[in-house]
Ligand binder design. Structure first.
Ligand SMILES: [Mg+2]
Length: 372
């Protein structure tokens, strides 16, 4: 009778999903910025010797991890494990900037990018492997590009759903690359320690062990009804997951709405010339962002905030796509600046943004890059 309740398992292997996880991201960024840290045991977090023993580890490099240091551990505990460690205050502004650069690269491959954290994202590249012979080759190219352009390593998992892609990226860190195809699912999941299965946490793990479930293979052998009676909804999910089934979609911003930058100025810009220089700089950055993201736009938006914190925005929309050229973007910014009324008082913030975006095909990008 119980078998009647079993949901038929359908393995949808159509999609091509990539999970990218930057290796020890904050630590790696610090090591890139500060070569002197490269041979150190590095912990990102406040030094317990300097703040009376408080603080937690944000992340640690692999030299520290080998000593047992991990994120969310108290800095004190980390210091006991790694007395020679060098502690660095996290610089989240920097990590966010670098994370943005990583995401610009992701978006060259697909619009369906779901950020999970600063250093982690899912990409649905189904149908995007056009220039590549397979999603594996695309993923390889992506991992290589991140390294070449940002000098940062990542671990990449490729499969046909999010559950498997994430497990794949975790399989062989750092600098890992793991593909799990439909014929690999059983071997891959059977060997998995049960605590590595998403959803099995501190509460469920002891119950799993009581039931004699230690590996994916043990979980696979369970009846769905038994798992449901012990773990409720999670039991149903685990029954499907351990069969390689996961129909969750990659939740990406399908349509990218805008691209651009704003800058605050301290001290405020207090003459026309400085402002025009700043606008040119924003136009240069916008052009770079557009080219990197393979987009062009029809609308340019100028935002400014003056010394009294009064904010104004002006926009201009063209009927045709605007060429990704600095002079063109700069001249549009100038038009908008004049529309606002030019210099009247010091300026604290300027922003230049592109909207009404559309992807540019490859020929046009080449033209823009070399046409100037
Ligand atoms: Mg990571």
């Amino acid at each position: 009778m119980a078998d009647l309740l079993e949901v038929p398992v359908v393995l949808n292997t159509e999609r091509q999903i990539i999970h990218v996880d930057m290796d020890a991201f904050y630590a790696q960024v610090e090591m890139r910025e500060h070569p002197e840290y490269r041979n150190e045991i590095l912990i990102i977090g406040s030094d317990p010797r300097k703040n009376g023993g408080r603080g937690v580890v944000a992340t640690a490099n692999y030299a520290a991890r080998r000593l047992g240091v991990h994120s969310a551990m108290s800095s004190n505990e980390a210091l006991k494990l790694a007395p020679d460690a060098h502690f660095v205050q996290p610089d989240f502004k920097l990590y966010k900037t670098v994370s943005k650069q990583v995401h610009v690269i992701f978006h060259r491959y697909t619009d369906l990018v779901e950020p999970v954290a600063f250093d982690e994202a899912y990409l649905d590249v189904t149908g995007h492997q056009l220039d590549f012979s397979s999603s594996v080759e695309l993923a390889h190219h992506l991992q290589q590009t991140i390294y070449e352009e940002l000098k940062l390593t990542s671990s990449v998992g490729v499969s046909f759903n999010k559950f498997l892609a994430k497990l794949a990226s975790e399989h062989n860190k750092p600098e890992g690359f793991t593909f799990v195809g439909s014929s690999d699912v059983r071997i891959f999941l059977d060997a998995l320690p049960i605590e590595d299965v998403r959803g099995v946490g501190k509460k469920t793990l002891p119950v799993m062990h009581q039931l004699g479930i230690y590996t994916g293979r043990d979980l696979f052998a369970q009846k769905q009804t038994d798992l449901a009676s012990h773990f409720g909804k999670l039991g149903y999910d685990l029954y499907l997951r351990i069969r390689g089934v996961d129909d969750r979609q990659v939740q990406g911003n399908r349509q990218r709405k805008s691209l651009g930058n704003e800058r605050t100025y301290g001290p405020p810009l207090d003459n026309e010339e400085e402002i025009l220089d700043a606008l040119r700089e924003l136009a240069i950055r916008l052009q770079q962002d557009l080219i990197q993201a393979h987009f062009h736009c029809k609308t340019i938006v100028l935002k400014m905030r003056d010394d009294d914190f009064k904010t104004e925005t002006r926009r201009i929309t063209e009927t045709d796509f605007i060429m990704n050229q600095v002079d063109i973007l700069y001249n549009l910014a100038l038009d908008l600046w004049e529309e606002i009324g030019g210099y009247q008082q010091p300026i604290r913030l300027l922003g230049l943004t592109a909207q009404n975006l559309a992807p540019v095909n490859f020929d046009e990008i080449t033209l823009d890059l070399y046409g100037e």
